[in-house]
Design a protein around this ligand. Sequence first.
Ligand code: ACO
Length: 325
Amino acid sequence: MKPVKIVGLGKYLPPKKLTNSDLEKMVDTSDEWITTRTGIKERRIAEDMPSSELAYRASQQALKNAGLGADDLDLIIVASITPDNFFPSTACRLQSLLKARKAAAFDISAACSGFVYGLTCAWQMIGAGLYKNVLVVGSEVLSSVTDWQDRSTCVLFGDGAGAAVLTEATKKSFLSSHLGADGSRAALLNIPAGGSRMPASQQTVDDKLHCIKMKGNELFRVAVRVMVDAAKISLSKAGLKPEDLDMLVPHQANKRIIDAVVKSLKIKDKVYFNLSRYGNMSSASCAVALCEAYQESKIKKGDIVVLDTFGGGLVWGSCVIKWAL
Ligand code: ACO
């Protein structure tokens, strides 16, 4: 395997903010409930922008930071549960926006773990010698699949995109990855209608079955255990222990979930949070968190960085990176 590293990161957060006090005017909720139960204070709303447009802006920044042009890309992977369309893929739309003429393109559907699934694919494809430069993006417009009258979900989600450019390296930077799934628990978090299982009809629209449905309480209990296990397994695959970690960059679903993971791994303060500003952006959460942790100098060259994600599917994914930027 050839060594692989991240050479550029980017993000895009649409400017429109939706605060907890805005939500107080929309549903029966309070800033106090949302803050204590989730840690979220505000989230961004893309309004009329599709996921590919958010992905485009994040990707331009990542390419610029990598010192590469779109023509240098061999492959584009977009992770999203809110793609522009069923097909063409959002990755194809992004390829067109970027004018990345030489790049192949495909989407990944792995909910909040999509970015880690995408990084793992890119790492392996570059490592095997198939491609040299790969762009991985997590991009979501969750506001388009949110039921704005359901207080149990509408306070949680936000829109955004994060991107990473990976390339061949001389020293090992990606050390390990652990991906997992449990499809038997799909009903805990899903969008019931719109696919071949339940095609769109007047009834599905009336019943709001094109929006996110979540059994938050049951999911909460699974999330902590699965994220702890995933981080431990990816670290052990890299020959490391939780105490060797310098920074955990987790999926940003709920501060209480992350606090419980941090406590179980005994890694106090070695964790990055930004969910108070953005809420849960599914595949974009970990991508944006990694970008901001680096921009804020919370991650330095040589650090052991662990990405740790969990989401609808169920799917989970963790990877260990010896930071090389
Ligand atoms: N404002 C006020 N009250 C509310 C709200 C709200 N926005 N939402 C729910 N409540 C009420 C409920 O109706 C309930 O009232 P009751 O006791 O009278 O019945 C009470 O608050 C408690 O509700 P719970 O659902 O038990 O609240 P909980 O403490 O579990 O918090 C939450 C809910 C925040 C959703 C939490 O369960 C959670 O974070 N779950 C995990 C989410 C997650 O990990 N998602 C994974 C990834 S997302 C992806 O893949 C796209």
